[in-house]
Design a protein around this ligand. Structure first.
Ligand SMILES: [Zn+2]
Length: 207
């Protein structure tokens, strides 16, 4: 395969991170309820950990991959899609948005759990393929660990406004106490990396 024919896999961590000057999480909400007075998981921070590991795994597997929002700032959605679309003009790209899910009132733990893959309601054939390949790996690797919530369609800005195949992953619920503890463990993160890398690998060979 010629290098120029390779897909650039663009990854984005949903929401913001920790402002290094204040030490505070910059996004409202998007976090776990408290356990013994301490917030267990800040979604944007956790998404950043996962994206860094995924990009490392993708590069090690020989793919071209980047973390496009390598900053603690909560980059506005319109700026995010503009930056992705600039890259799409230069070469064949794919965008994968990394999130975790939330339910309930933000103060109490809630029973919903599981993993979903989202595609745009009127998405391209390649977005559907990407969703199918990545989700089938997630289903396989998380069997017996987390609920399979399936491939879903939604009118998300990040999926609708990107000019390349795009999916959004909701990797567990940060509002489910037991699942949140699992999500913070290395074993969970390794399953995430393996699923995304293997799913992208299959996509690259079959689109
Ligand atoms: Zn999110």
């Amino acid at each position: 395969m010629k290098t120029s024919k390779k897909t650039l896999f663009i990854f984005g961590a949903g929401h913001g991170g920790i402002n290094p000057e204040t030490g505070r999480y910059v996004t409202a909400g998007k976090r776990s309820p408290k356990e013994n007075g301490k917030t267990l998981l800040f979604e944007g921070v956790n998404n950043r950990v996962n994206v860094a590991l995924i990009v490392k795994g993708m590069l090690e597997a020989g793919h071209d991959a980047i973390n496009i929002f390598d900053t603690w700032k909560d980059v506005p959605l319109i700026e995010r899609t503009r930056k992705i679309n600039e890259l799409c003009k230069t070469r064949k790209c794919v965008f994968i948005s990394v999130h975790s899910d939330g339910a309930g009132n933000g103060r109490d733990w809630y029973s919903a759990s599981g993993i979903s893959t989202f595609k745009y309601t009127k998405c391209s054939k390649n977005s559907s393929l990407l969703a199918r390949f990545v989700h089938q790996e997630l289903t396989c690797n998380f069997s017996g660990v987390s609920k399979d919530r399936g491939i879903r369609s939604k009118n998300f800005h990040m999926l609708r406004e990107t000019n390349c195949p795009a999916i959004l992953l909701e990797l567990g619920f940060h509002t489910h106490l037991a699942e949140t503890k699992r999500m913070l463990a290395n074993d969970w993160r390794m399953k995430v990396v393996k699923s995304v890398v293997d799913g992208c690998d299959i996509y690259e060979r079959n689109h």
